[in-house]
Ligand binder design. Structure first.
Ligand SMILES: *Cc1c(COP(=O)(O)O)cnc(C)c1O
Length: 405
């Protein structure tokens, strides 16, 4: 009989989205005549843009001809797309060379797999609330984690406690689920803290393209010294609607060199390269071709139109909440609006309340951590029509039932 990885026993039941589906389904069963609006899951609704679809077609054609057929590609990704990403960073004021860029099938795999590069006994800081993958992937390999508290006082942007050392720090900015985004000065403080402690920051930039306020950092490499302490993950999922097409990239600078317990120098770039070459055979050529199209002038313009569409939804949501006196975070530099449940309600009670009263489905903040228990996430990834209708329903509900704050 195999001995199993019993760390899996320590995982908390990942019941967030299944519980939402369950409660929603039973409501529909009892109320088949009441149309539901879903502003819950973090999936996009806009289709792939034109030049991406064109590239997919071209890629498929190439694969169907002997002269242009491609088999296994480089595990790290094709040079063209890595170059396109390097140029993209340059346009945002960060120099990233192509040897540090690894193309993948998405940021979830990479943020989950990165734990393999680290040993046991690290002090690992993870924000609460945050994207659940960071915690669960650490629990799966038996790591203990320390939460850093995001709350109203720090506007869901926890800052380092200089009196305590850390080895690994997860940061997601703009944040899922809170929508909060670090300023360059704040991020620089994390970088300085990491450098002082010889720690590594694992920076998830999946939502960088949603930043609309000028001056906010879209990459951690806009901070001084970040290449000596940070790995960055990014994804085309939210930026370009690749949730079903699958493409992301991870940047592991060559400057990330640490010492082994016996004093031997170890490069995280070399280790990740070895890890990927051993366990990953590269992202599909067709998908990489489509991804490269995202970074062309036309691709950037077309993707920006979709981002504007979502920003329009975020505005409708923010305006409505402001009118109703419901406080919230996010929405400006993020597709997520993180609202405080009225009347100090628990997030699951608020979920049921919205479902039963106005048939709007959102995501209870408790699913992202203890600090989310009184909060609720709405997304701007729906259609204009649905978002507007949902907010009309919010208005009628909270206007007729005044909230005592
Ligand atoms: C959606 C999301 C990702 C992207 O995941 P993919 O695997 O690239 O689709 C990464 N990080 C966060 C925080 C996300 O919300």
């Amino acid at each position: 009989m195999p001995k199993l990885n019993e760390n899996y026993l320590n995982l908390k039941e990942s019941y967030l989205f299944s519980e939402i589906a369950h409660r929603t389904a039973s409501y529909i069963k009892e109320n088949p005549d009441k149309p539901l609006i879903r502003l819950g899951i973090g999936d996009v609704t806009r289709p792939l843009c034109e030049c991406v679809v064109k590239a997919l077609h071209e890629g498929a054609e190439e694969m169907g001809k002997t002269e242009t057929f491609r088999g296994y590609g480089p595990e790290q990704g094709y040079v063209q797309i890595r170059q396109a990403i390097s140029d993209y960073y340059k346009r945002h004021g960060a120099a990233v060379d192509i040897e540090s860029i690894f193309i993948s099938d998405g940021a979830k795999s990479d943020t989950g797999n990165i734990t393999e590069l680290f040993g046991k006994g690290n002090r690992i800081l993870i924000p609460d609330p945050v994207y659940p993958v960071y915690v669960d992937s650490n629990v799966m390999c038996g790591n203990a984690v320390t939460y850093i508290e995001g709350n109203e006082e720090n506007a869901f942007l926890p800052m380092p406690d200089w009196s305590v050392a850390a080895d690994i720090i997860y940061i997601c900015s703009p944040n899922n689920p809170t929508g909060a985004c670090y300023s360059t000065e704040q991020l620089q403080e994390w970088v300085d803290y990491a450098l002082k402690n010889k720690a590594v920051i694992l920076f998830d930039a999946a939502y960088e393209a949603f930043i609309s306020r000028p001056g906010l950092p879209r990459s951690i490499y806009q901070c001084k010294g970040a290449k000596r302490c940070a790995i960055e993950f990014c994804s085309l999922s939210k930026t370009a609607g690749f949730t079903g097409t699958r493409c992301g990239y991870t940047i592991v600078p060559k400057e990330l060199v640490f010492k082994s317990s016996t004093g031997k120098k170890m490069s995280l770039n070399a280790m990740w390269n070895r890890r990927q070459s051993t366990k990953y055979n590269g992202t599909s050529y067709i998908v990489q071709k489509a991804a490269a199209a995202v970074f062309t002038e036309q691709g950037e313009r077309e993707c920006r139109e979709n981002l504007e569409y979502y920003r329009g939804n975020a505005k409708i949501i923010m305006n409505t909440l402001t009118d109703l006196g419901i406080s919230f975070f996010g929405g400006v530099n993020s597709p997520y609006i993180w609202l405080k449940c009225p009347n100090n309600m628990d997030s699951w009670d608020f979920f049921d309340f919205l479902l039963n009263k106005i048939q709007v489905v959102g995501t209870p903040g408790g699913g992202f951590g203890e600090n989310g228990r009184k909060y609720f996430r709405l997304t701007s990834f729906g259609t204009h029509e649905n978002t507007a209708e949902a907010m009309k329903r919010f208005h009628s509900l909270f206007f007729s039932e005044p909230i005592d704050k």
